[in-house]
Design a binder for this molecule. Structure first.
Ligand code: GSH
Length: 250
């Protein structure tokens, strides 16, 4: 089976799909793209969308981590990413949707806001990638890409402050899903991979990691995504992080 996965270094939904492919034993070629430039490449390749992850597999072109998880279960059914039982499947689909639309979007906003303040950590997110240009050059010329990503993703300070205030409640939600068995089972499901990858990217920010790593949610993220590039030192304003400290000491 021929598969090519288009990724951006440090992309959490792309990492979710990589781990799904690995779990199913599907070999794939990885193509690393620069953010924003990725849009033109995917358009030129006639994918149905212009976002990462996009996957060419078995003659199909797919864009979107949730579209891909469903297609992978058709193409390579074992081990399944969704349970057979309809009510269990509905719970996994709900958690997966939340992981994509709520958690992953928030983590993306938080990361780009941090990078706007200090772009030096960008280099660490590109570790192990093959962008076709030296990493130093990519980082040195990143300013227009950062500006575009701030716009594309609605990265305002207000939005990011709200995300950080919401994070403790979101972590409680993930812990509750682990407790009720929706997440964290023996065979990882699509929601496990989606949510673990989002949390794992969040944990590359030293500002966030202490609030996540010791809880069931953090353990799930480290178990399913042991390796994730990137390490950002404390960057965000201390007062924005107050809700996390309050949550950690509660
Ligand atoms: N929600 C989408 C992810 C869409 C998305 O925003 N992907 C980012 C990478 S994490 C992207 O393509 N960024 C490049 C850009 O928008 O220019 C999914 O789960 O597939």
């Amino acid at each position: 089976m021929e598969a090519t996965l288009y990724v951006i270094p440090g992309s959490h939904p792309a990492t979710a799909v990589r781990r799904m492919l690995e779990a199913k034993g599907v070999d794939y070629k990885r193509v690393d793209l620069m953010p924003v430039i990725s849009r033109a490449v995917l358009k030129a390749l006639r994918f149905p969308g212009i976002t990462i992850p996009s996957l060419r597999i078995d003659g199909r072109k797919l864009t979107g981590s949730r579209e891909i998880s469903r297609a992978l279960d058709e193409i390579a059914p074992e081990p399944p990413l969704f349970p057979d039982d309809p009510s269990k499947r509905a719970a996994v689909e709900e958690a997966e949707l939340w992981g994509e639309k709520v958690l992953a979007d928030a983590v993306r906003r938080i990361l780009w806001n941090a990078v706007k303040r200090d772009k030096k950590p960008l280099r660490s997110y590109a570790e192990g990638s093959r962008l076709g240009i030296p990493i130093g050059l990519a980082v040195a010329t990143a300013a227009p890409i950062i500006a575009a990503e701030l716009r594309i993703n609605g990265v305002t300070d207000e939005a990011v402050r709200a995300d950080l205030a919401n994070l403790p409640g979101w972590l409680d939600e993930v812990d509750a899903w682990i407790a009720d068995g929706t997440l964290g089972g023996e065979v990882p499901n699509a929601a496990d991979f989606q949510i673990a990858a989002g949390l794992r990217l969040a944990m590359t920010l030293q500002d966030l990691r202490p609030a996540i790593e010791a809880r069931p949610a953090g353990e799930l993220a480290l178990r399913l995504v042991p390796d994730f590039p990137g390490d950002a030192p404390p960057i965000l304003p201390a007062e924005w992080l107050e809700p996390l400290r309050a949550g950690a000491s509660a």
